[in-house]
Design a protein around this ligand. Sequence first.
Ligand SMILES: [Zn+2]
Ligand SMILES: [Zn+2]
Length: 331
Amino acid sequence: MTFVKDMDFKGFKTPIAQLFRALIDADANPVRTSKKNITWDRLLPFVVLHLGCLGVIWTGVSPTAFIVAVALYWVRMFLITAFFHRYFSHKTFEMNRFWQAIAAFGTLFAVQRGPLWWAAHHRHHHRHSDDQDDVHSPSQRGFFWAHMGWICCDANMPTRYELIPDLTKFPELVWINRLDWLGGVLLAGGLWLLGNYLYTLNGSTTGAQLLVWGFFISTALLFHATCTINSLSHVWGAQRFQTDDTSRNNPVLAIATMGEGWHNNHHFYPASARQGFYWWEVDMTYYGLKLLAIFGVVKKLHPVPPWVYQKAGVGLPSSFVPLSSSTMPSV
Ligand SMILES: [Zn+2]
Ligand SMILES: [Zn+2]
């Protein structure tokens, strides 16, 4: 916290400078109200995101544009689940400071605000799952609020630095978090330039077409798929573990979100790097993390401990020896 305070833009005094700061610094805008209501200016970016998808009426589609959109969906879903969620929110594996900064910067391209904002709100969700303080519980304020209403609310805009002291001690992470707009601008601009270059090179796509497919359509799908874990995965699916919340396991959502759909598993034991606890619970993010571990980018992936498998009652993987009840910690 002290460090975050020290980084205030002290030179930004004049009204124009303050306006400029409001545009570039996610921490510059004060909370105008603590009321938990959707405000139109917070909703506006999402309206623009969805209207941008309609650009397809004019640009049409090409194989190049479609492939770019699909590739950007899966790559960015991995960034969200591996780093926003399993690293910054839960620290389920380790990275050195260099790779941690690269991962933080990479997450900006998901266009879901900064890694510290994301992690702080998510930690709060786990502490208050489905109680009245949960920022996105479908059982408290309905499905739409859980899905995206809470993000359009002024009170949920600031990064809750008090919940992430282990992350704020790294100044580079705080800076990346404050410049959360950078990924979206670089991605949209880069796609536009790439599309124009490809048009002159071989005519396979255009700048506008790549912008519509690679940025607007891919980002809108990525956004809604991510949001289903806050909304749908708390209402649709099976509950393997008796948790004090409404989290569910859902294979359809697990495919769409690279493993996040095993949400009941995750709520029961959030410290594990894998959320599909068995081989048949497909968890693409975990497989990706195992691959990154081979190259040394990530290390010490936290496993599912035997007592969790005991509790699951489905059967232990053969590599585990049965535990006596005296070695099982209470849940
Ligand atoms: Zn949840
Ligand atoms: Zn979580």
